[in-house]
Design a protein around this ligand. Structure first.
Ligand code: DON
Length: 305
């Protein structure tokens, strides 16, 4: 398996040249576009790594999966789905457009920025510090790494330049979707996006989802199997934004990307996969990361369909 993974990484390094690192959040532009790394952890705890798997990167939209999990744990499904829908959009992740034209006035799903801001506003806590601390603790637990922290530089860069997200937050407040303080919800959202991990941490999260919400190493049940299934289903239908349909056909694995270059993938009852490759395609997905997952899926027969 190690040789197979190394071969796939080596073969796809040249694909990184087809993408560009995100620069709309200035601090992200510092990433090396040629980096590519991956980690696979199977159900027995075997860890396979290749390439730049030790590089730390901010998880960005990958955080939306676990923020949704905590919001459902805190409020129950019914309350959460009053504020956010279950349908893919076919639009860019930061699009504002459908908030105005859809018949049902709520973000279409929790994986686009509007839906994620709405979901994050539902996380319980006295103030933004308590909310992000609770979320960070959950990330540490399921990635089996107590040293996970927020990248302060990326957080400040997002906060300073996140005007489109800010506009969405205030629109959601006006629509009655965000109840509390908008700046507080945005602050938690910017911080969750700026959580820093490496491919091993991401693979551990994927394994936790693959194992239906129980940490394989400790046997600790963190979340109900049903909630873990909701998260994986959103990963299939909306995880790769407006590439989700093509990804389902070509790869067929629940996955979630982030503009930091990470991809979280979870193969039910088989393995967790973490990918890092900051050169992105036009839709904000790691261009070489997609190809790595495509090869892995083909060679190991990982498609769930
Ligand atoms: O809000 C944003 O735009 C970023 N913090 C996260 C977006 C993102 O990762 C989209 N992913 N492909």
């Amino acid at each position: 398996m190690k040789d197979l993974l190394k071969g796939i990484i080596d073969k796809n390094i040249e694909v990184t040249e087809k993408g560009k690192v995100a620069d709309y959040i200035p601090a992200l532009a510092k990433a090396n576009p040629r980096d590519l790394g991956a980690c696979i952890i199977d159900m027995d705890g075997n860890i396979y790594t290749a390439g730049e798997y030790r590089k730390r990167f901010t998880i960005q939209s990958i955080s939306k999966t676990i923020a949704l999990m905590l919001a459902i744990m805190d409020n129950g499904e019914e309350e959460v789905f009053k504020k956010v829908g279950m349908e893919p959009t076919g639009d860019a992740f930061n699009s504002i457009y459908k908030l105005e034209v859809e018949e049902i006035a709520k973000p279409l799903n929790p994986m686009i920025n509007a839906g994620a801001i709405a979901v994050t506003s539902l996380i319980k806590g006295r103030d933004s510090k308590e909310k992000i601390d609770r979320l960070l603790s959950l990330f540490r637990k399921i990635s089996c790494n107590d040293n996970i922290v927020i990248n302060e530089e990326v957080y400040l860069s997002e906060k300073e330049t996140g005007n489109r997200n800010r506009a969405m937050g205030y629109l959601l407040k006006d629509m009655g979707i965000v109840d509390g303080n908008v700046e507080e919800a945005l602050d938690v959202y910017f911080k969750q996006c700026s959580i820093e991990m490496d491919c091993i941490d991401i693979a551990n999260m994927g394994l936790f989802l693959a194992n239906d919400g129980t940490i394989p190493k400790t046997g600790e049940v963190v979340v109900d199997e049903h909630i873990s299934r909701i998260i994986k289903t959103y990963m299939v239908t909306c995880g790769m934004y407006n590439s989700s349909g093509e990804f389902a056909i070509k790869v067929g694995i629940p996955a979630k990307s982030g503009v930091g270059g990470g991809i979280l993938a979870s193969v039910p009852h088989r393995m967790g996969i973490g990918i890092y490759g900051p050169a992105l395609d036009k839709r904000g997905n790691s261009v070489a990361g997609l190809r790595v997952l495509q090869s892995l899926s083909k060679q190991l027969d990982l498609s769930i369909f």
